[in-house]
Ligand binder design. Sequence first.
Ligand code: UD1
Ligand code: UDP
Length: 351
Amino acid sequence: MRILSVVGARPQFIKCAPVSRIIRKRNEEILVHTGQHYDPEMSDVFFEELDIPKPDYNLGIGSGTQGEQTGKMLIEIEKVLLKEKPDLVIVYGDTNSTLTGALAASKLHIKVAHVEAGLRSFDRAMPEEINRVVTDQISNILFCPTDTAVMNLKNEGITEGVYNVGDVMVDALKYNQKIAEDKSTILQDLSLNPKEFLLATVHRASNTDNKENLSSIVKAFSDSEETIVFPVHPRTRKYLKEYNLWGKILKSTKVIPPVGYLDMLKLESNARRILTDSGGVQKEAYMLRIPCTTLRDSTEWVETVEEGWNILVGADYEKIKKSIREFEVPGKSRKIFGDGKAAEKIDELLE
Ligand code: UD1
Ligand code: UDP
């Protein structure tokens, strides 16, 4: 089969690595990078560390408003699809690259497989929620990571071509955990001792593009008097500077540029707590059994909250501080995201 995969943003490089490795054994894969993320530390580092083949196309779309970025991607992806005529397009997750890959393909009557289908935060103010809902409606094969995702699709009337294969991020984590342990020197580089620091990431539009929310998060971090390691997403760096919060965050946390996946795994596994608004990081915290404070009011990864490993605090100063002081986890966890064989199952089902 000729499979064309569309990726573009950091979490998609991580998700496509295990799938790409396996489907290439018996299929031809054409890899398209939309260029949504383009800084070396947001893109190249993942291709190098995870051994992802060089993309056959980099569309160089870059940043822009929602409509601008989505529109440009649609135009360029369609051109590639018309030229390459694949049998199937695979898209990952919930970014603008996901939506446009699925939309361009379905309008050309090319079958679409969506990896990480069925997730819902039920918050349509998030661009990602719109991307999830539309992508699932136009996909032919829906690879869900959890039973909740299967149920969400059923509630929207989508039952055909739906498979719970588990989460490909478990595959990625399992494959790279030992490699990260051996190779990453990030703890020494930052003079950190295991379990003596917290790890934070922030990049959601609701937190970054809102001065009040970002200020509240920064104040909670600095008033916590904890050592907080904070790899800063470029979007967040831009707004921290714009809102004059950059000096304060530099003084109160260990601000570092975005890190590669291996350093991130090492930081996550050795953190005492994780504070994040990232979807992927919430899951990794659960898999690594690290207490997670989620800086959002909703999550699509509801199981992590139900199981007691994750607490939703939004951008609320008091709630963030209280969770840092008091949030306790149950000690037990389950394999809610599958067994690390999601890519294998996807490959078999595609075959
Ligand atoms: C995107 C996804 C989000 C995902 C995140 C992963 C959408 C709507 N959002 O959000 O779901 O969680 O990726 O990290 O698709 N920028 C750079 N260099 C880069 C990339 C971005 O400087 O390499 C800056 C630009 O100022 C840009 C801003 O970050 O405007 C936002 O980038 P964008 O890709 O639009 O959205 P993310 O916030 O990264
Ligand atoms: N990640 C990383 N370096 C960082 C921050 C995150 O490698 O500096 C990884 C993280 O471990 C996870 C993925 O990127 O695997 C999550 O991506 P992100 O938070 O950008 O997006 P989301 O999951 O929220 O869509």
